[in-house]
Design a protein around this ligand. Structure first.
Ligand SMILES: *Cc1c(COP(=O)(O)O)cnc(C)c1O
Length: 474
């Protein structure tokens, strides 16, 4: 399998190359040159497979045998999911009233980013040790990506990871998940600023191509292909669990931020799995507006909500969705992204917008008030705790049941994080709660981090750190 860019000027990349790549040289993002189709009979024959067994069928469709031989790939996948606390990896909770919740939060940092990043960590380790090459990962985070990335590479000999977090602006638990990792290859900075502030030195670092090359610097952000690829597995698993012997379409409600997760679902559909999607968002509603009206426009600012991992300015993965639903119309995408990059807004061509709406069949915008009410009523009725992100999706289910009680659609809401990470939201929803022992343990743990203060030269400090890492290795 080879990879190409959404804008068509970069082609013939290997999986290994895609693994290290964020944006391609033409400004686009990478996708497989052709999306493999799964025959219906073959799909149905996978009904009784476990999540990991299914991953072993799906991932090889995207990673050639000559890049990672299958016994090795199988071992990598086994070890990637060995730290998950639920044997089913992504169990589906079936509650009354047709409320099915697929829990993607049983990984080491209790959010769905673990599914993909655990594998990415193993893929990187495989290629780097084979090439005897060292990699520096640089990420800025305001939420779940930083801790999942750290957990996936901590202690690995061929990787160092530098993480910048906005001090006091992630939840305290999220911050502790990053600052309590003591491994020598993990370097955490608490920046006195917003996530936009900390993006500046990171962007400047990556703009210096000589520096990036010399230090083999990479970022494993949400446009990374390998992450999208791994996430197709849980959609196919959901379909097989919900619809083992029927031909119905299964509707998946995805709490959406930068559209990484839903993009994976749309690729699973393109592979031939009968799925449709609802994007549920916070008041930062760029995705809902774009799907409904075709008006793609960067938000002036981000409104903080109870579901911070979904509070985004612009969903960069949208470009991949346009590519997939338009059957690879690179020329239109290139034109529309050029206009977007010049002006900060663009109207998506009607044919592409129509095609998007055939796949993302509905959108839902939840206010904090809806989030609180949804968390509370789900707890009161079913004694089931939702994290605020998941509540955005479950809010859609309740709304839909009220609007159309006869609706017989098979629906699965994705639970993107565990509630144990979001004590503030529980308090805000007036749900009585005792702290989870795993969280309590975090508060007792030793920390390791450095502060970057206002007025200091953050770019220089970052560059010095990366140079120091590489000097100390040789
Ligand atoms: C990242 C994240 C999301 C948003 O996912 P996207 O792939 O960016 O759409 C939703 N919920 C949680 C808990 C997350 O960590």
């Amino acid at each position: 399998m080879k990879y190409k860019s959404t804008r068509g000027d970069v082609t013939n990349r290997t999986f290994e190359e895609a693994l290290y790549t964020g944006y391609a040289e033409d400004g686009g993002i990478l996708l497989p040159e052709t999306i493999p189709k799964i025959d219906v009979k073959v799909l149905k024959s996978w009904t009784n497979l476990s999540y990991v067994q299914l991953a072993k069928k799906i991932i090889p469709l995207y990673v050639s045998e000559d890049e990672i031989p299958s016994p090795m790939l199988n071992d990598l996948l086994d070890s990637a999911f060995s730290r998950f606390s639920a044997p089913e990896i992504t169990p589906i909770k079936r509650l009354p009233g047709g409320l099915n919740v697929m829990e993607l939060f049983h990984g080491p940092t209790w959010a769905f980013k673990d599914l993909a990043l655990s594998c990415v960590g193993k893929f990187l380790q495989y290629f780097l040790s084979k090439r005897k090459k060292h990699l520096n990962i640089l990420v800025g985070t305001s939420g779940d990506t930083g801790s999942a990335a750290i957990e996936s590479v901590r202690g690995q000999p061929w990787i160092d990871i530098v993480v910048l977090l906005p001090r006091g602006r992630c939840s305290q638990i999220q911050e502790l998940q990053m600052t309590t990792v003591l491994d020598n290859n993990v370097h955490v900075y608490r920046v006195d600023g917003t996530s936009d502030d900390l993006d500046i030195p990171i962007k400047l670092c990556f703009q210096d191509h000589a520096f990036t090359k010399r230090h083999n610097l990479s970022s494993i952000n949400s446009i990374n292909w390998a992450r999208i690829m791994v996430q197709t597995v849980h959609y196919i698993y959901a379909y097989l669990q919900m619809c083992p012997s029927c031909d119905d379409v299964v509707q998946i409600v995805v709490p959406t931020g930068a559209c990484g997760n839903v993009t994976s679902g749309i690729i699973a559909r393109k592979m031939g799995v009968p799925l449709e999607f609802v994007c549920a968002v916070t008041q930062n509603d760029v995705v809902a507006r774009t799907v409904k009206t075709g008006d793609y426009r960067i938000a002036d600012h981000v409104i903080p909500t109870l579901a911070p991992a979904m509070d985004i300015q612009i969903p960069y993965n949208m470009e991949r969705i346009w590519y997939v639903v338009s059957g690879g119309d690179c020329a239109s995408i290139k034109k529309l992204m050029k206009e977007f990059e010049e002006t900060g807004s663009v109207t998506v061509p009607e044919e592409i917008s129509d095609a998007v709406r055939k796949v993302i069949v509905d959108t839902f915008v939840a206010s904090d008030d809806v989030v609180r009410k949804t968390m509370k009523s789900t707890w009161d009725t079913y004694e089931y705790l939702l994290c605020p992100h998941t509540a955005v999706g479950v809010g859609y289910h309740y709304y839909q049941m009220q609007r159309n009680p006869e609706d017989k659609k098979i629906r699965v809401v994705i639970a993107t994080a565990s509630v144990i990470k979001f004590e503030e939201a529980l308090q805000s929803a007036s749900i009585p709660y005792t702290r989870d022992p795993r969280v309590a343990q975090l508060f007792e743990s030793k920390q390791k981090y450095k502060d970057l203060n206002k007025g200091e030269d953050w770019l220089q400090m970052l560059r010095d750190k990366i140079e120091e890492i590489d000097k100390n290795r040789v």
